[in-house]
Design a binder for this molecule. Sequence first.
Ligand code: AKG
Length: 289
Amino acid sequence: MTPTTLDAASPPEPDTLAAFERDGYVILRDAITPRWREQAAGAAMRLLDSGRTAGRDRSADGKDGFRGIVAMDDTFLPLVANPAVLPTLVALLSTDLHLMSSNLIHLPSIPPGGQRTIRIPTRHGWHRDMSAATRDLGSETIPRLSIKAAYFLSDPAPDAGITMFVPGSHTRTGPVTVPEGAIDPPDALTPDIGPCDTVLFENRTWHAGGLNTSDHPRLAIMMQYGYRWLAPLDDPAPDLLQREELRDVERQLLGAPDRNPDGSVTQEGNGAKPLRDWWNHLTATPAHS
Ligand SMILES: O=C(O)CCC(=O)C(=O)O
């Protein structure tokens, strides 16, 4: 059964971790409830229908969305420390984590015969995340730095434009090859996910938003977690951190710095104590790194 609280969480299955290590992505089944998903879809549409410009992320081919949604509507807050996902993230990265971005993406459906400007052979859209880090460190040596948990709030039908992946591409050093005239590498696939599942993938895994021809917009949330020493991508939300009802683990993930309760500076890395304590309570297995 899906754990609903951090205290009820269990360590990840070895098969889950092995699949991620092999493929660079893995599906976690039933990571959210149908009820929460419905509420989140409503909250997402309210944001998209609003005139809000702060954090707005509009891009090519009618894509719309926001970065930093956990600070925009409390409906999204339970995703921050989702007990169905957090153990796998910690096992694959470490306890020294924070949330780098909470990103809502609205991908419209392409009408039959509609002209596209992305997902065409000259602009196929396949990429790795963290392109600046990859540029600085080099594509041969860039390590796993972050993992995204992708949730889909609209029907994840095969024609809905669910995020596609090239399995195993996280350990390749060169770019993926898209045959001339095509828009996908031959080994690309769309994960077989259900409405309440999430798919985790890392910064090195080659991926692209699929083609949405379903006649309905595709609504996705990408929660990106990375090491605390990496800069967040969302606007700072200092008010959120002050919320009394937050648990320490959530506060860490939302960016609490290395400080003592009185505000004085503590040793570098001490800000990861909440996740460290939680993990040590969960399992005797050391977290990654
Ligand atoms: O919209 C999608 O499915 C892909 C999003 C994406 O490429 C990303 O979050 O890096």
